[in-house]
Design a protein around this ligand. Sequence first.
Ligand code: FMN
Length: 351
Amino acid sequence: MTALDHRLSIAPMMDWTDRHFRYFARLITRRTRLYTEMVTTGALLHGDRARFLRFDPAEHPVALQLGGSDPAEMAACARMGADWGYDEVNINVGCPSDRVQNGRFGACLMAEPGLVADCVAAMKAAVDVPVTVKSRIGIDDRDSYEELAAFTDTVAAAGCDLLVVHARKAWLKGLSPKENRDVPPLRYDVVERLKGDFPVLPMVVNGGITTLEQARAMLAPFDGVMIGREAYQNPWALAAADGLIFGDPAPPPTPHDVLDALFPYIERNLTEGVPLNAMTRHILGLFHGRPGAKAWRRHLSEHAHRPGAGIEVLRAAAAAVARGRILHTGKPVAGAPADRIAPRFARRGRG
Ligand SMILES: Cc1cc2nc3c(=O)[nH]c(=O)nc-3n(C[C@H](O)[C@H](O)[C@H](O)COP(=O)(O)O)c2cc1C
């Protein structure tokens, strides 16, 4: 796989795509590119850098998304990211929140293509990994195709290696960030026209894509597809991605394979003082659509946030899935937690 294989990626999502979710996602798909939450230059330059940059080697390929607009600071943070081992550094030019606007970054930067280009150029001079931009198709009433094309031209000329386009505009005033992900209509046609006009610039389309079939069809006009909410809320939607999108012949994992791999990861992090809930909040959808899913979700939701909650909560949740499965089918299923995972971890007697 080349450094710029972007055929499928999971979008940067604040509070959602932290390192624990990314580790979980990586167990479901080995090939899909992962993005961090947006990290501001202020957080990296003045905050607990390790907390924001830390990731597990299993997460590769993984991209760091930066929020900022000072070229020298963006370059310094890109260098930090590259030194930490990130495979790509991405600039957030799509987030419309007030906080981000006050800091003069995010979607409001679409109105300042020269500044984004200065950031790209400074970052390119600082790192060897690809420097990419994630944008919208416009903001407020500055949403003409000509303006989008001029923005693209400017950042491409500065050396931007790839553009991810969320195929809707953002209203900086009047809509919340959540509304800005649903209300402005999706305009894949606009992104397709942009790709047609910039055939050499690798372009990834984002927004409203919920199935791998849809993603695969979009690989005809585009170089890649980025999936956000669906990947988080229904991570199994991506289980067949390695085969369907990347042509990898290895079979997709089962939820039990993933759970197996999660136990040592969670135990290790608990030992380091990470609260159980910080990890389990991302895996409530592990058995989505399968027998026992409700019991799994309920057990974790009720117990994982309690002070001192340890690996025994996960073990009990696995046992609850097994019971749910037995109730549903009338008998334990080979390889299900009832006869495999729960007793195995129970036997170890840890936690
Ligand atoms: C909870 C949440 C947090 C988000 N945080 C970011 C972010 O930090 N940076 C960013 O560029 N986009 C962010 N987004 C936008 C997504 O990356 C993506 O562009 C958007 O959700 C549309 O894709 P989707 O329809 O596949 O979800 C966020 C979206 C959600 C739902």
